[in-house]
Design a protein around this ligand. Structure first.
Ligand code: GUN
Length: 283
């Protein structure tokens, strides 16, 4: 059996079209949805990410403003900028690109963002809202994974979902979203002994560890859905996920590729959160 591929590029295109429609509707009411992005320092990967975020926003009709500051910026000045954006009614979403320079307290900066504008979903209030099932903003990567499951019409109720990874921005929120859909959820991580014992029972596996070949063919139940959040490089320097794609696709029922899977969906869900923030503000 060869798994069906869940095409993240195609789905992200559809999501962007939906966002563009919602953006046009707000613009017709005289409201310009606006995402403010702050980049501190010169991290090369961060520069590429924010460039994509600005381009994606503009492509869907959202206004994106990028504020760039030197790595030597004082934390107090960054906090002041965040607070100014909180108070600016023309700004609907605020994103502070991570990582921040070492002299800054990332948690403190994230907590300074108004939860109403926290389109990354990293604020403690956003995490708490997800935990208790209240409206908030969901982190873009797990939200994108959930959208991918929805795109194949997968009913999670009563299914066993195994999440590999326990980060605050992927593993933990992913587990909560799956639980919210009535899945039975197991969270595995780097200290889990005999990972295969868990994954072999799983109807859905989400791999979010950041290490290649975490999930191989022998660890997967035939027909399972496999979502690969990983972004690694193989020995030839090519982008690859956490899953041994070539092997696992022969066992799984559905699988997401890397590249072209979760990555484009993460980008698309930021736009969804931003238009959502603007709609909520508009009432
Ligand atoms: N750095 C890498 N990914 C992200 C992200 O999704 N949001 C922010 N703010 N910083 C990042």
């Amino acid at each position: 059996m060869t798994a069906q591929i869940i095409d993240g590029n195609a789905l992200a295109k559809k999501v962007r079209e939906e966002v563009a429609g919602r953006t046009a509707a707000l613009k017709a009411r005289g409201i310009q949805p606006h995402l403010a992005i702050i980049l501190v320092g010169e991290d090369p990967a961060s520069q590429v990410y924010v460039k994509h975020k600005v381009a994606d926003s503009e492509q869907t009709g959202l206004k994106a403003t990028l504020e760039r500051y030197p790595a030597t910026m004082a934390e107090a000045d960054l906090l002041a900028r965040v607070r100014a954006l909180n108070a600016d009614a023309s700004v609907h979403g605020i994103l502070v690109q991570l990582p921040l320079p070492k002299h800054m307290d990332t948690h403190k900066v994230i907590e300074a963002i108004s939860p109403a504008k926290d389109v990354d979903g990293f604020h403690v209030a956003s995490a708490g809202a997800l935990l208790v099932g209240q409206p908030g903003f969901w982190p873009c990567t797990p939200y994108g994974c959930l959208k991918m499951l929805d795109s194949i019409g997968y009913d999670l109720k009563g299914k066993h979902a195994v999440v590999i990874g326990r980060s605050n921005i992927v593993g933990k929120p992913m587990a909560m979203m799956l639980l919210g859909r009535d899945a039975t959820v197991t969270i595995c991580h780097s200290r889990t002994t005999n990972l295969a014992e868990f994954t072999r029972q799983a109807d859905v596996v989400v791999a979010a560890v950041g290490r290649r070949d975490v999930l191989t063919a022998g660890m997967v139940k035939p027909g399972a859905v496999v979502i690969d959040v990983g972004m690694n490089r193989n020995d030839e320097g090519k982008l690859c996920g956490d899953v041994d794609f070539a092997g696992v696709k022969e066992v799984a029922g559905w699988i997401t590729p890397v590249p072209g899977g979760v990555g484009p969906m993460t980008r698309a869900m930021l736009l969804v959160n931003t238009i959502e923030a603007a709609e909520r503000a508009a009432g």
